[in-house]
Write a protein that binds this ligand. Structure first.
Ligand code: 1GP
Length: 244
């Protein structure tokens, strides 16, 4: 079964999917095994692996480690073409649709496509919309793009509908890792009620209560990174809140 179908079945069975985000950087070396084991044990539906910048050269070793102990899909949430690896079950083949930088709209994808084909990895076409979460994000700096204001739901709906009509399978509404504010419930509700494809929400989701509210507002998947990096025991609470 494809990874996309596995993800969709989790949503069908449990109401929404819980995704654990692992930043495979040096700073998380100590944490990686514990995070994957906790994700396995506590009902997470998938692991996304990705980050805007890597501070050493051991990225591939960490990916291999994650894949060797995970019993749920391990999916690349790419910060760039240099993060592609054969160890993933699938890659979110993303376009930074909220931005107007051609390199992140189509340039990276052109560089990535032949490698992805050669490896034979499953692609999940995903529109990535960066939304203002009240603090500057690494994505903003690296991509040279401005986030969409969360107070302008019509603008978000326009982008989300364009993504759907372009054939994307998922829309990732991203406030950025460690964002001050997560996406507001009413903004998410405005987008999710207008589109038919799955909405992935992440960035600044700190508590299981918040995650539950996002599911009630239309998120098909909630991605949690920072909140569980140092509090792995929270994984089971997030799982219960998301799997309503
Ligand atoms: C970032 O959406 C993810 O790409 C997760 O963000 O680290 O704030 O949970 P947090």
């Amino acid at each position: 079964m494809s990874t996309l179908l596995t993800l969709k079945q989790s949503v069908k069975k449990k109401g929404a999917g819980f995704v654990v985000l692992i930043d495979p950087d040096k700073k998380n070396d100590e944490n990686i095994i514990g995070l994957v084991e906790n994700a396995n044990l506590n009902g997470a539906d998938a692991i996304f692996v990705g980050g805007s910048i890597m501070m050493d050269s051991f990225y591939n070793d960490r990916i291999k480690k994650i894949k060797s102990i995970s019993n749920i899909p391990v999916i690349l949430f790419p910060g760039g073409v240099n993060q592609i690896s054969k160890h993933f079950d699938a890659i979110l083949f993303m376009s930074l649709l909220s931005g107007r930088n051609p390199h992140y709209l189509i340039g990276e994808q052109v560089l990535a496509a032949p490698i992805v084909k050669d490896i034979g990895i499953e692609t999940i076409p995903t529109a990535y919309l960066l939304i203002d979460g009240g603090s500057p994000t690494s994505v903003e700096y690296i991509s040279g793009t401005k986030p969409l204001p969360s107070s302008k739901p019509d603008l978000l709906v326009g982008h989300a509908l364009a993504a759907q009509f372009l054939g994307m399978k998922m829309i990732y509404l991203e406030c950025g890792s460690g964002a001050k504010n997560r996406i507001p419930n009413e903004t998410l509700q405005a987008v999710s009620s207008e589109i038919d494809i799955d909405v992935v929400v992440g960035g600044g989701v700190r508590t299981p209560e918040d995650a539950g509210q996002l599911v009630n507002s239309g998120a098909s998947f909630v991605v949690i990174g920072s909140a569980i990096e140092n509090s792995k025991e929270l994984i089971s609470d997030f799982a219960s809140a998301i799997h309503q």
